[in-house]
Ligand binder design. Structure first.
Ligand code: MN
Length: 152
């Protein structure tokens, strides 16, 4: 019936909205997180995790798409994969942080490899925080809440 207003979740904590107005209000009030991730399965995991936690999730599939959506949507926080096609997470973050409107937007780098020097490179590119895959969902949420200055 109003299936599209239910945030389906692998955690089983989907949010059920009464109607479209309630859904719109939630969309307006909730913090918006841009997920820049080229792997569809990982985007799905983050969509479920963040959606069920009350965030609006925007998605980008490569670095260039990430920069474009950051500029047009001005999300509250960005989760940035490092290993991305077209433009990697370092370059995408550099371009995002060079924009006056996005300079203060927290960027959390997510990397597949715990490579020596990776975190330093991410920070040098302007990333505010750095996590390696696989990460604990609860730990990631705690970091996100800290940057969005929410109680958690
Ligand atoms: Mn990747």
């Amino acid at each position: 019936m109003h299936e599209r207003y239910v945030g389906a979740s692998t955690l089983g904590k989907g949010i059920d909205f009464a109607d479209e107005a309630a859904y719109s209000e939630h969309r307006r009030m909730s913090k918006r997180i841009l997920v820049v991730e080229d792997q569809e399965d990982l985007r799905g995991v983050l969509r479920d995790l963040l959606g069920s936690s009350g965030y609006s999730v925007l998605e980008a599939v490569d670095g260039r798409d990430g920069v474009a959506k950051a500029l047009s949507e001005r999300p509250d926080l960005i989760l940035m994969d490092i290993q991305l096609p077209v433009l990697d997470g370092y370059d995408a973050t550099r371009q995002i942080k060079a924009d006056p409107n996005l300079k203060a937007t927290p960027v959390i780098a997510v990397s597949s490899f715990a490579m020596k020097g990776d975190e330093e490179k991410a920070r040098a590119a302007g990333c505010d925080h750095y996590v390696t895959k696989p990460y604990s969902p609860m730990q990631l949420l705690r970091i996100i809440r800290t940057y969005l200055q929410e109680q958690g």
